[in-house]
Design a binder for this molecule. Structure first.
Ligand SMILES: [Zn+2]
Length: 444
């Protein structure tokens, strides 16, 4: 029996779909905010965890508590805002209203547009997404503004001007709208075209889309937001090149980006696919750390490279996508679900897919947990790699400095950390590679 047949009993007019979806949204909101509440309690501790007592100053500790707590309060309001707009959208059939408006828009334009466009479902889908994205943007913009120009500003992280912030927001809005609407409309077209057999084609399409995003975003899209320059010649480059050679990593793929033009947060990461890997360092990281510390952090990134972590993550994403597409087949043709949201049986497949995503929102909890557990294990492996090739003490001081400069939380609740954080916290990382035991390195 196929999944479609297994779930066919769900096509039943007596099922209160809207109440179920609102229940799932509220359940997720309560669960996630309960975890955040637990973490908030930890962030209210009067002194740093034992392991870090001699590593960070009281001033840095208090600032990090203050910064992370401020962000938590903001996130709570923001998640409440998202919950409320979601409930309103469900209660008042907002999706169906967008769909009717997009039909009216095309009708009004029918005198100027060729009939093949004004009658096309794809064109109506594009107008539908245009309206939806603009409304979403207008609702979220004041919150984004507040986060950058009030919170980040207060703690000295913000380097945006109103102009550069608006430019980035506009650009990312355009790019994400184009990608998400093309993606959803194409998946919808596959559903409509292949009918009951769409799952295999849908998964293949999704996999290609993921590979496309993973390859093009580092090489094509990131340069729209950051200036990439090859790491400049000098002692630091020589040391990193030596390390790169040992790992068989092409040294032309070492880049620095001007993160300092937007924020004083610092970072380093490895991106791309097998034929297109890059190690990217924020200029802020280079400015604020010693050469040895930067090299140790790069050694950690080489750990990710050596163990093929980005490839493994790509495979995980594709498997995850396959699960979503497969599960969607159980609900896509469900007329009772479409009907409750104001649609009839002639609705295009992408609307069915959007509604399926709403019902399956509970699955994103499991998805997030699985992906975090995977990424956390990668972080431990990469740290261990840096340790094994002799960078333990500089990685240790580099990580402690990163925490202070980014005002990251010094301690975390285990449940919160497992669900929300894809990196182990500093104490966990230091303990995992037994740096904390190394008394000779302590500052006191
Ligand atoms: Zn890492």
């Amino acid at each position: 029996m196929s999944f479609v047949q297994t779930l066919s009993f769900l096509d039943n007019d007596s099922i209160p779909w809207k109440s179920i979806i609102i229940g799932i949204s509220i359940g997720k909101f309560v669960f996630e905010n309960y975890l955040k509440y637990r973490q908030y309690q930890v962030l209210s501790n009067p002194s740093p965890p034992k392991a870090l007592k001699s590593e960070i100053t009281l001033d840095v500790f208090q600032k990090s508590q203050d910064y992370t707590k401020t962000n938590f309060r903001f996130q709570f309001v923001n998640s409440l805002r998202r919950l409320i707009s979601n409930v309103i959208s469900i209660k008042y059939n907002i999706l169906h209203q967008y769909w009717s408006i997009s039909s009216d828009v095309l009708l009004n334009l029918s005198s100027v547009l060729p009939i093949s466009i004004s009658n096309s479902l794809i064109a109506q889908g594009l107008v539908f997404f245009g309206i939806k994205k603009v409304v979403d943007l207008l609702i979220s913009l004041p919150f984004d503004y507040y986060q950058t120009f009030v919170i980040e500003e207060k703690f000295g992280f913000n380097k945006f001007t109103l102009k550069s912030w608006s430019r980035d927001k506009f650009l990312s809005f355009i790019i994400s709208s184009i990608f998400s609407s093309i993606f959803t409309l194409s998946l919808g077209a596959i559903i409509d075209h292949f009918g009951d057999n769409y799952v295999v084609y849908g998964i293949a399409f999704y996999a290609i889309f993921i590979l496309f995003i993973f390859t093009i975003s580092p090489s094509l899209l990131s340069p729209l937001f950051y200036k990439f320059t090859p790491l400049e010649q000098g002692k630091l480059r020589d040391e990193i090149e030596e390390l790169a050679a040992k790992h068989g990593f092409p040294s032309r793929d070492l880049y620095v980006i001007d993160g300092s033009s937007k924020s004083s947060h610092s970072n380093a990461f490895l991106t791309g696919l097998p034929w297109n890997k890059r190690i990217v360092l924020f200029d802020t990281l280079i400015n604020d750390h010693s050469n040895e510390e930067v090299v140790a952090i790069v050694a950690h990134e080489f750990g990710h490279y050596k163990y093929g972590h980005t490839n493994k993550l790509t495979i995980f994403s594709i498997a995850d996508a396959a699960l979503w597409v497969y599960s969607s087949s159980g609900l896509i043709g469900n007329e009772s679900l479409l009907k409750e949201f104001g649609f009839d049986g002639n609705t295009p497949g992408f609307i069915g897919y959007i509604l399926f995503e709403k019902v399956f929102d509970f699955f994103s909890v499991i998805e997030q947990l699985a992906s975090n557990l995977l990424v956390r294990s990668f972080e431990y492996t990469a740290d261990k790699h840096a340790k094994d090739i002799g960078y333990s003490s500089s990685l240790r001081s580099g990580l402690i400095k990163l925490l202070g400069l980014n005002l990251m939380a010094t301690d975390s609740d285990w449940l919160y950390s497992t669900y929300f954080q894809n990196h182990p916290d500093l104490v966990e990382r230091l303990t995992a590679i037994d740096y904390v035991e190394d008394k000779s390195l302590k500052k006191d």
